[in-house]
Ligand binder design. Sequence first.
Ligand code: THU
Length: 165
Amino acid sequence: MFLKKIEIKSTLTVYSGVDELPAEVTALMAHAVRSRAMAYAPYSRFQVGAALLLDNGEVVCGNNQENAAFPSGLCAERVAVFHAGATFPDAVIKAVAICAASLDFRVKDAVAPCGACRQALAEYEYRQKSPVAVYFMGDNTEVYHSPSVRELLPLVFTEKSLLQK
Ligand code: THU
């Protein structure tokens, strides 16, 4: 016999395109698209851009950086969030915009951040004690909006697990 069942529910909003987003987010996604074009992705030919909006008004961007030793590369989201953490450690991250495109085909669906990037983003959300809104799309596709990283990563692992006695 099991003790109980837990149902996990996340609610995302889908916008038909980048122009339907709030103006601030449309502008943020434009930063992500510009950053995506500078990705270093010669192996996958799959380019990802990310742009973070901070409460001090700064926008911090990142794109995927690949490596001939494949696991040594890093995703766009982590390049961006680690850059933000290193440069503006006290700023609150309000939102992140993410977009993906391939050099070989059109990415027709919104591309969600990978699990490792969700975990990395969750660390900063937990640290700042306020949600980071997440927006993601493919190559000029529908845009998905999640009100927080937690919404994308239920049962998140945080420092709480390390502090249990
Ligand atoms: N990639 C990202 O930059 N972000 C993600 O969330 C998923 C994947 C990159 C990693 C690699 O350079 C390429 O996309 C193909 O996996």
